[in-house]
Design a protein around this ligand. Structure first.
Ligand code: PMP
Length: 454
């Protein structure tokens, strides 16, 4: 069964598949952290539907919510009509919103995917401001539709000003730490304020509080507050893309809660649908300039997803699972950081809550010279303070990362890869992972790294 399904899939499905190539498994059953394949093998799943499964697979509260809708005879697809199921979802969602937004927010149902909600957010700020340009960051990932792609780091179609995202490892300025973040912030400020920069007043700024696909790069809270201040001072709506970081993943209900900032627009998907497709934007009500029909979509009324989402949001909130993610994340990070001391191929371990990245590097190569000087005209953005010492990154090692992923799979552990060079092993376990399961994940991962490093 297993081999036949894999063979037919690779003969008939698109070549765009990536997960299926790296993870040749045929899942037939799943519960919590565990997936069982058609060949009877069991895996600990730290991919979690690319971060979708806050409560793991088939959590009883999610199944009960879905069955509740099915048994009630409610319509399953309702466009943008009002229903009790949707009413419950909105009520629960508003319970969780950052305090500055909850009192005067609107929610817009955008469709099944995160990228749909990103498109809506970009369109909304353009409509609300009458301007067109978008500020986005290097290494960003916002989706695969044209507008979202334009705002993503790998795109060439730039109707977007690309700004440096602060990071310690591979800091764009080769400095890292608070000074690197300060430089990144000053660059952004000088770009906006320098008439010679040629950047017109933008319609909005979009950022991920922790870059996920970019390689798990948490932005410093101070830098986020700075971005909030500088956009507010210049009347630029700030869009927080919490598609991956939301619903407790980073150790706070929303990742922006760590810094206390209130974005003007939040883009939400993945976990908010409790494993079913759902994407919304939540925004300040004075941005609500849409005319009826100005933004539409057939699949905005998936009642199963809304019910599964309500159950998930409520369960995370009522059981303080964000706090649990913070505790477990700290434990995982500190244990995984040990790997950097033992294995030169483990260049960096970083993350926030249960969003963790392990960057593999080539231990035999010379430390590369990373970082670029500020562009012409921005030299004055360099602060006077002396650069702080930073670890010297070696070149990224995508082959080693892929090898770690393979070794993990052999040991019954599913992990994802990411980062600009696909050299970052990513862990996104469900927030419900037990202490024992956490130990098992850490052990298998350490074994896999040991096997590859040998
Ligand atoms: N934004 C972020 C931050 C994401 O991580 C993703 C998906 N990985 C998206 C947007 C796009 O979501 P989707 O794949 O559902 O379109």
């Amino acid at each position: 069964v297993h081999e036949g399904i894999l063979r037919r899939q690779s003969a008939r499905e698109s070549s765009a598949r990536t997960y299926a190539r790296a993870l040749p498994i045929v899942p037939v059953r799943a519960r919590g952290l565990t997936i069982e394949g058609a060949d009877g093998r069991r895996y600990l799943d730290c991919l979690s539907g690319a971060g979708t499964l806050a409560l793991g697979h088939n959590h009883p509260v999610v199944l009960e919510a879905i069955r509740g809708v099915l048994d009630s005879g409610a319509p399953l697809s309702v466009l943008d009509l009002a229903t009790p199921v949707k009413d419950a979802f909105i009520t629960e969602l508003f319970h969780t919103l950052p305090p500055g937004l909850a009192d005067h927010a609107r929610v817009q149902f955008c469709g099944p995917a995160g990228t749909d909600a990103v498109e809506a957010a970009l369109k909304l700020v353009r409509a609300a401001t009458g301007r067109s340009g978008i500020l986005a960051f290097t290494g960003a990932y916002h989706g695969m539709t044209a507008g979202a792609l334009a705002a993503s780091g790998s795109a060439r179609d730039i109707q977007v000003a690309r700004l440096p995202y602060p990071q310690d490892y591979r800091c764009p300025f080769g400095i890292g730490g608070p000074t690197g973040a300060e430089l990144a912030a000053r660059w952004t400020e000088s770009l906006l304020d320098d008439p010679k920069s040629g950047v017109p007043q933008p319609a909005g700024m979009i950022l991920e509080p922790v870059q996920g696909e970019g390689g798990v790069i948490p932005a410093p809270d101070d830098w986020l507050r700075r971005m909030r201040r500088l956009t507010a001072d210049r009347s630029i709506p700030l869009i927080a893309d919490e598609v991956q970081t939301g619903v407790g993943r980073t150790g706070a209900f929303w990742a922006v809660d760590h810094s206390g900032i209130t974005p003007d627009v939040m883009v939400l998907s993945k976990a908010i649908g409790g494993s079913l497709p759902l994407a919304v934007i939540v925004y300040r009500d004075d941005l609500d300039v849409w005319q009826p029909g100005a933004h539409a979509g057939t699949f905005r009324g998936n009642q199963l997803a809304m019910a599964a989402g309500t159950a998930t949001l409520a369960h995370v909130r009522e059981n303080a699972l964000a706090e649990r993610a913070a505790t477990l994340g700290t434990r995982m990070l500190s244990q995984l950081t040990e790997l950097t001391h033992h294995f030169p191929c483990v260049g960096d371990v970083r993350g926030r809550g249960l969003m963790i990245g392990i960057e593999l590097v080539d231990p035999d190569a010379d430390p590369a010279t990373f970082g670029t000087p500020p562009p012409a005209g921005h030299a004055d953005a360099v602060p006077a303070a002396a650069p702080e010492p930073t670890r010297t990154p070696r070149p990224a090692a995508p082959d080693l990362a892929a090898a770690v992923q393979r070794e993990c799979l052999q040991r019954g552990l599913i992990v994802e890869l990411g980062g600009r060079h696909t050299s970052v092993v990513r862990l996104l376990p469900p927030l419900t992972i037990s202490d024992e399961q956490t130990t098992a994940v850490l052990d298998r991962l350490a074994d896999a790294v040991t096997a590859v490093a040998r």
